[in-house]
Design a protein around this ligand. Structure first.
Ligand code: ZN
Length: 295
């Protein structure tokens, strides 16, 4: 079993080539938005600039739907300062919810899963093995990695697990899903500082979803190198569900992938946080290089 940690060079080569340039652009836009709100907000409070007077009221009304004859520009400043605090409270509340409603994967609970969580964390060079929680959410097939202030954790929804584990004995697909989530942690997507650094820029359409798709491609690629499988099977589970995915003829599906084209497919992909499945599968089967973000 390969247990040598990836080098920084290897990790860099697995990352989607557009991910970091887009991230940097988003951070710059984020800073500009914060500066803009602070400057115009303070100026508005002092009675100058576009946020002062009637125009400021109109913008506020447009953005909040609240019509208020008072001076609102200062409330923007207060809000933008308060948002990081609100965010912290939010992430801890979500963490509390998952801790309250899940089982933690440990050496005793699902030890075979714990074993590869431990191995992958080591190979990814994570300082600590992230806590992994198993929970059920009424049939949803999903997994995600997320964060509290200083730590990250992974939540696995039990549905795919119970069938893959018990019916198909398909530990490889479970490995791929876990590896993908741990990759988000290694690539620092699931951190408070990352999310804060693009918090406002995330509201810019097209760019924010494109960056998200690039992140997904990056993590799929890292997961392939961790697990040593293509990762196509667990993707099929996302498409046709936990029971049927084993019955899909992947070759036939891939042939039909090329038919999933056209203007509205392009628009749909552009609006999506994850690459549409035909593109994602094609990227997985290519084994190297970056997936297609737009076309
Ligand atoms: Zn992901």
């Amino acid at each position: 079993m390969e247990t040598v940690p990836f080098t920084a060079e290897e990790i860099r080569s697995y990352r989607h080539k557009a991910e970091m340039p887009m991230y940097v652009a988003m951070v710059i836009l984020n800073v500009l938005i914060v500066i803009g709100v602070l400057v115009f907000g303070i100026m508005g409070a002092l009675g100058y600039g576009p946020m002062a007077g009637e125009l400021g009221e109109r913008i506020t009304e447009l953005m909040t739907g609240v019509s208020d004859s008072g001076n609102n520009s200062l409330s923007y400043v207060i809000l933008i300062v308060m948002i990081p605090v609100i965010l912290i409270a939010g992430v801890y509340l979500v963490y509390a919810q998952y801790r309250a409603n899940s089982i933690r994967i440990t050496e005793k609970n699902f030890p075979e899963i714990y074993a590869f969580v431990d191995e992958y964390s080591h190979r990814l060079g994570l300082k600590k093995v992230p806590k992994v929680y198993l929970t059920q959410e009424n049939g949803l097939l999903n997994a995600f990695s997320t964060f509290i202030l200083r730590r990250q954790y992974v939540v696995l929804l039990a549905d795919l697990f119970e069938v893959a584990y018990l019916e198909h004995h398909d530990i490889e697909s479970i490995k791929f899903i876990v590896a993908h989530e741990l990759s988000h942690i290694r690539l620092r997507h699931a951190t408070y500082s990352y999310q804060l650094s693009i918090l406002f820029a995330n509201y810019i359409p097209i760019l924010s979803t494109a960056l998200s798709r690039a992140r997904e491609y990056s993590c799929d690629r890292v997961a392939q190198h961790l697990v040593g499988t293509s990762g196509v099977e667990p993707m099929m589970a996302l498409v046709v569900g936990k029971h049927l995915y084993k019955k899909v003829d992947v070759e036939d599906y891939v042939q039909h992938c090329h038919e999933t084209r056209g203007f509205f497919v392009f628009i749909y992909n552009m609006m999506s946080t994850h690459p549409i499945m035909p593109k994602r599968i094609q990227a997985l089967l290519k084994d190297q290089g970056s997936g297609r973000l737009f076309f």
